[in-house]
Write a protein that binds this ligand. Structure first.
Ligand code: SAH
Ligand code: MG
Length: 412
């Protein structure tokens, strides 16, 4: 297989075939892998290079791809046969603007004549699964789409105008949300704004339970008791982190020699005392949302960095434990958020595909973890505002879970 790939790359250079460049190809392969995409439609097969590479990722992947040029089509037939993918790659010889393609796809990859991108998009969008993605390649057109670029030839100028129009079409679209990536030759990832999810993965502290504000005050209180100050700028960094990560931040940034665990244990005790005295408070809209999801038979799981017994206690004290199909906690995984491990495990527990699952998070490290897991996320920022990465990597940002429930109702 390695050998076939090398030969195809050389053939592309020798005969001037615009197969995906390494960086863009890596992005697409990583994307397909991370999101567990199985059914792919590709517009522009050329010699079959990208479709073969996508198929190599997983035995369950199936690609439908189309090519109009007969020489390239024939070359693709040969290559697909040599790769042993005749059953997994459906290669069509024809013009994508005329040929009727049926079926529903998780991922549509537009990599054909650039001047026609808007037409391709509109033609194939009906084939896209509501929770799927469309990726368009070559949007920077080797830097020429930049309005400051100096473009000499009239043909190239026209082409550049068409690509710019396609970009505006995506940017201004009411139905779709697009994220642009400046890598390879310029890549756009487009998806429906309107979604229907089956699996809901909830962070706990600061998202459903109003514990972060309690905990933060207690960090400061315990610090002062030991004669030093722990400003919010430092305690903000603790949000959504495992105890081990918090220890690292504490030891490098706190202005004290006092042992981390001495302070940490006192904070935990202060929190418990306060919860016992005042009860565990829910964030706005939690019970309504859980009740609503339960009535729709959705799968729900908690994924929290907090340790098991503590988490279960908190959920029980708040009276919401029974809503969840599972609770996944910090002690069940090796690596904490922003590592994706905890969300991957949570998703497995509810058995819903990544495309149909969604993570709810209040912290930036949680949004990063969901992004790394290839699962969409909703950010409900509490104490800390969303970072630029979170703005880019989250599907939407809402003020409260009340707003998220409204979003779900509107999209029913
Ligand atoms: N995805 C391939 C590269 C595709 S290059 C890879 O990375 O390996 C773009 C191809 O799209 C060209 O071979 C071109 O002939 C084909 N193409 C362009 N417009 C098309 C159309 N309307 N219908 C079918 N194929 C088209
Ligand atoms: Mg949190």
């Amino acid at each position: 297989m390695e050998d076939l790939i090398k030969r195809m790359e050389k053939y592309a250079v020798d005969f001037n075939i615009p197969i995906m460049q390494a960086e863009g190809m890596e992005f697409v392969l990583d994307f397909v892998n991370k999101h567990q995409i199985k059914r792919i439609l590709e517009i522009g097969a050329a010699i079959g290079y990208s479709s073969i590479r996508m198929c190599m990722l997983d035995d369950e992947i199936h690609v439908t791809t189309i090519e109009r040029d007969p020489t390239r089509y024939n070359e693709a037939v040969k290559n697909i046969k040599e790769a042993g993918f005749e059953n997994r790659i459906t290669l069509i010889h024809g013009d994508a603007l005329e040929y009727e393609i049926t079926g529903e796809y998780d991922f549509i990859f537009i990599d054909a004549a650039k001047a026609q991108y808007t037409k391709f998009f509109e033609r194939f969008v009906p084939n896209l699964n509501k929770n799927g993605y469309i990726i368009s390649d070559n949007l920077s057109f080797h830097g020429l789409v930049d309005p400051n670029a100096n473009v000499e030839s009239r043909n190239v100028r026209q082409l550049v105008r068409k690509i710019r129009n396609y970009i505006s079409y995506l940017e201004e679209n009411e139905t779709f949300k697009t994220t642009f990536y400046e890598l390879g030759d310029g890549i756009a990832v487009t998806e429906y704004k309107n979604k229907s999810f089956d699996g809901f993965i909830f962070d706990m502290d600061g998202l459903i339970i109003d514990s972060e504000s309690v905990s933060q005050k207690n960090w400061q209180k315990v610090a002062l008791r030991h004669g030093f100050e722990l400003p919010v700028e430092i305690t903000n960094k603790f949000l959504g982190r495992s105890a081990k990560d918090v220890q690292k931040i504490f030891e490098t940034e706190a202005n004290t020699d006092i042992d981390f665990w001495t302070i940490k244990n006192e904070v935990v005790n202060e929190n418990l005392k306060q919860f016992e005295k005042e009860g565990v408070k829910l964030m706005p809209g939690v019970r309504d949302l859980l009740e609503y999801l339960k009535s729709k038979n959705k799968r729900m799981v908690v994924a929290t960095s907090t340790y098991h017994d503590l988490a279960i206690d908190r959920l029980k004290m708040a009276g919401i434990y029974a809503y969840f199909d599972a609770v996944v906690t910090g002690d069940m995984v090796k690596n904490s958020k922003p590592d994706p491990e905890i969300f991957l495990l949570a998703r497995e527990k509810i058995g819903v595909s990544k495309l149909n699952s969604v993570v709810l998070e209040d912290s930036n490290s949680g949004i990063e973890a969901a992004h790394n897991a290839g699962i969409r996320s909703i950010m409900v920022p509490g104490i800390v505002s969303p970072s630029d990465e979170s703005k880019r990597n989250s599907f939407i940002i809402v003020d409260t879970l009340i707003d998220f429930k409204k979003y779900l109702e509107e999209n029913e």
